[in-house]
Design a protein around this ligand. Structure first.
Ligand SMILES: Cc1cc2nc3c(=O)[nH]c(=O)nc-3n(C[C@H](O)[C@H](O)[C@H](O)COP(=O)(O)OP(=O)(O)OC[C@H]3O[C@@H](n4cnc5c(N)ncnc54)[C@H](O)[C@@H]3O)c2cc1C
Length: 398
């Protein structure tokens, strides 16, 4: 089934499927490759920022992909001492919503959209490495059921997630510097929340998000140091229960709940890449780097990054002699740099409970700064707005 393609997309998660959809819709011959079969589960808190809805609307997929999603008004961030900061989104005075949908449904809807647009899906294909010729990536090789296969293409989209084999084969994957944490995720019913807002419980040993899902279910996702599980000598499921039981406010919300899925884990969280492009290749989604789920922008970045990758691929496919794909790095830097700075700033407060209490008590009294921060975290306002010195001062001054 291998053949010549315009674009080989490795990984059919949100980043790969969206890139494949956008390029197939323009009439390009796109091979969309994934080692798994869809629908497939994925350990994720399943919170879709309002920015995700915006991108889906922009690319004509909002109705199709968010069918059955649950509207979520925002998130309550709860500090270790119990201070609460409510984050709600709005634009021009009108409330905006986040959404939630199980990843097996969300990801499959994107894959189907790509296939309907003309992409050819190859499930069960495990990518091993990129193929190179004259220093340029010319496609990908791998195997399906033990049989070797190659997909040759002038553009290879690397979208195989946070442990990307393909970016490793390019020599572009980097070990994240800090810190070694893992994510544990399960679905629960019987959670003592009304479901209009999610909750993010910050503790001294990590954090735990509770997000309402369709059908009265809730997603419970914790991020804790990898060493905590090792030290406990417990199974993943017992550790999950014990960790919740140890945190009073979290336990109060979850004490009557029952898990209706296995506890799924990802460890360690985080990925980095030296660049987002190489001659012939574009890295999208977690393969291009992912820091931490606290600020919930992974899926937004996957989708927005897919738009930028598709724009770049359009240009390089129309002028076959282009070998320098670095325009894509510049587009990404311009798009994501400011939000990354806000994410890093938020992490400082999350790691320091006293600082978090200080920020919460200031922000609660400063409506404009709080609204800007919420919109920036929800990916519906440029992060530069929050980073402006006058805004930072008005948010955090004593
Ligand atoms: C605990 C946790 C909670 C999170 N919660 C949220 C949240 O609430 N909201 C949010 O926006 N983001 C969240 N994220 C981040 C989000 O999950 C990712 O940013 C998002 O999935 C990135 O999409 P992707 O398409 O790049 O990668 P993925 O979704 O990981 O997809 C990669 C695909 O590549 C395939 N693949 C991998 N290796 C190969 C190979 N060798 N050959 C072929 N195929 C391969 C995989 O099967 C997979 O389908 C969370 C992350 C974690 C760890």
């Amino acid at each position: 089934m291998s053949g010549d393609w315009d674009v080989a997309v490795v990984g059919a998660g949100p980043a790969g499927a969206t890139t494949a959809y956008l390029l197939a819709r323009q009439g390009h011959r796109v091979a969309l490759l994934d080692r798994q079969h869809f629908p497939r589960p994925k350990a994720c808190a399943e919170y879709l920022s309002p920015g995700v809805r915006r991108v889906l609307e922009d690319i004509g997929l909002e109705t199709q992909v968010l069918r059955g999603a649950r509207q979520v008004s925002g998130m309550d961030v709860i500090s270790p001492s119990g201070k609460i900061l409510r984050l709600s989104y709005s634009q021009s005075g009108r409330a905006e919503c986040a959404a939630s949908l199980p990843r097996h449904t969300f990801d499959e809807a994107l894959v189907r959209a790509a296939v309907d647009a003309g992409a050819q899906l190859h499930e069960g294909f495990v990518a091993h490495a990129v193929m190179r010729d004259d220093g340029r990536v010319r496609g990908v090789m791998g195997s399906t059921s033990g049989r070797s296969m190659q997909f040759r293409a002038p553009v290879t989209v690397v979208a195989d997630g946070h442990r990307s084999t393909t970016s490793r084969s390019l020599g572009m994957a980097r070990v994240p510097r800090w810190p070694f944490r893992m994510g544990l995720v399960a679905h629960a019913e019987g959670v003592a929340l009304d479901g209009s807002y999610g909750q993010m419980h910050v503790t001294r040993e990590g954090y735990c998000g509770i997000a309402p899902l369709p059908g009265g279910l809730f997603n419970v996702a914790m991020v804790v140091p990898v060493s905590a599980l090792k030290r406990s000598r417990l199974s993943v499921a017992s550790f999950f229960d014990a960790w919740i039981a140890r945190h009073e406010r979290l336990h109060a919300v979850l004490s009557g709940a029952r898990l209706v899925s296995p506890v799924r884990g990802v460890a360690p969280i985080g990925s980095r890449a030296s660049h987002a492009s190489a001659p012939g290749a574009l890295l999208v989604g977690d393969a291009a780097g992912f820091f931490d789920p606290f600020t919930g922008e992974g899926i937004y970045r996957a989708l927005r990054g897919a738009q930028l990758a598709a724009e770049t691929a359009e240009i390089v496919l129309s002028v076959p002699d282009i070998v320098d794909f670095s325009m894509y790095d510049r587009l990404r830097t311009r798009e994501f740099r400011r939000k990354s700075a806000v994410t890093a700033l938020v992490q400082v407060f999350v790691q320091h409970p006293a600082a978090l209490d200080y920020a919460i008590s200031r922000l609660r009294r400063r409506e404009a700064a709080l609204s800007t921060l919420a919109n920036v975290l929800g990916d519906v306002e440029d992060a530069g707005q929050f980073l402006h010195p006058s805004m930072l001062w008005s948010a955090l001054r004593p």
